[in-house]
Design a protein around this ligand. Structure first.
Ligand code: KG4
Ligand code: ZN
Length: 375
């Protein structure tokens, strides 16, 4: 079965053509063609995604990208109908409706978070091919992106339960907002990560040469190079699998203000700040993952979403599972699939369709900004 998928929930315009088949309980996906246009640079001056600008760009990008697909044959059109920014989602839905009508194929509404979950579970199987197999139940996902931070538990195939989520900001938002305070471009996650990495490398070299204390000075800025504020680890000791990241943003703001503003920070101090933010976030994610794995007894664990590209978080999660949950299968998604894209939408729609669980809808399909994966 071949599916053309369309993704426009945020600031990436994606179209992909993926063929899928089911052999027993194994799904095999072949990506025939995939096109992706990021609007990140356009949104950069706003420090986040500006919904009406996103809508305008999707409207412009979709027909341009579709040029590469218009002569293809496919059995259905899948489209993200939520969660996401409604004006952005609508552009994809309207476009998908038109193509489905033109090609006289069914329209399959697809949940963006299911796309992250399924595509993160699937593993590389040679070039442009992925295989989804041997998923031991229950499977737990930590989905971390610019719009979401949630633990999703799949006890039975394609049946989801949210066992924890952020009570305020998403983790990607914390990266993006603090990055903005530090004068870094949007999206801030990769920028923070790069600086944090540089800082840690310098610390290591410094330690080897005896130049830096093994434990760098913590506490309010001292003005010393490499000194960074200690940021909070919000809700790290709470007895739930929920998160809160808005306090981190505020703490970062106060730390900068107390210091006299970003302009007083040397590049090394900005990097130390970035490392502290990444540490705080990674510690919270690891601690909550430990709790979620204990509470659920999940046999498979996967991370997905844009923030799952973060190298440091991947290393910390991997260490946790290896050291404390050696019986859990850990799946770390390929970096090419972590950010928003249409391949993940095609894979989720294929899994549903091939399992007989995707109901085609007609022209009344609507965008649902806060669509839950558990509904
Ligand atoms: O899944 P995604 O592409 O879009 C949403 O559905 O939100 O995630 C985008 C988010 C942004 O907040 C971006 O800063 C973050 O993912 N991100 C990262 C990294 N790469 C992307 N955050 C931390 N480290 C990274 N390497
Ligand atoms: Zn996403």
């Amino acid at each position: 079965m071949k599916i053309l998928a369309i993704e426009t929930s945020c600031d990436e315009t994606g179209i992909a053509l993926v063929e899928g088949r089911k052999e027993g309980s194994t799904f095999i996906f072949e990506t025939k063609k995939a096109a992706l246009l990021s609007q990140a640079l356009l949104h950069s001056p706003y420090g986040g995604v500006y919904p009406n600008l996103a809508k305008r760009e999707h409207e412009k990008n979709l027909p341009a990208l579709y040029e590469q697909f218009k002569d293809e044959e496919f059995d259905a059109v899948a489209v993200t109908h939520g969660p996401g920014l409604e004006p952005a989602l609508w552009t994809g839905i309207e476009f998908a409706k038109k193509i489905a009508a033109e090609k006289k194929v069914p329209l399959l509404p697809t949940n963006h978070m299911e796309g992250h979950f399924i595509s993160s579970l699937a593993q590389p199987n040679g070039e442009r091919s992925n295989i989804l197999q041997n998923v031991r139940m229950s499977a737990l996902a930590l989905l971390i992106s610019g719009g979401h931070t949630e633990f999703v538990l799949m006890r039975e195939w394609l049946q989801y339960e949210i066992i924890g989520k952020t009570l305020d900001d998403a983790v990607g938002e914390a990266f993006d907002k603090v990055a903005r305070m530090l004068g870094l471009p949007y999206p801030g996650g990769p920028e923070i990560s790069k600086l944090a990495q540089q800082h840690r490398s310098r610390q290591e070299v410094g330690q080897k040469n005896g130049l830096v204390e093994a434990e760098p000075t913590r506490g309010p800025f001292s003005g010393q190079i490499l000194a960074a504020p200690k940021l909070p680890r919000p809700m790290i000791n709470s007895n739930t699998c929920d998160f809160s990241f808005s306090g981190l943003k505020t703490a970062a703001l106060y730390a900068l203000r107390d210091r006299g503003g970003i302009q007083t920070l040397s590049p090394d101090e900005v990097a130390a700040f970035a490392a502290e933010l990444e540490d705080a976030i990674a510690e919270v994610l690891v601690s909550k993952t430990r709790k979620a794995l204990w509470d659920t007894g999940a046999k498979t664990f996967v991370i997905g979403g844009g923030v799952a590209a973060n190298r440091y978080i991947r290393e910390k999660v991997e260490a946790l599972v290896l050291e404390e949950f050696p019986d859990v299968d850990l799946r770390l998604p390929e970096l090419s699939i972590t950010g928003d894209n249409a391949i993940m939408i095609a894979q989720a729609a294929l899994v549903r369709a091939l399992s007989g669980k995707n109901d085609a809808v007609g022209s009344d399909l609507r965008a649902v900004g806060n669509l839950s994966i558990a509904s």
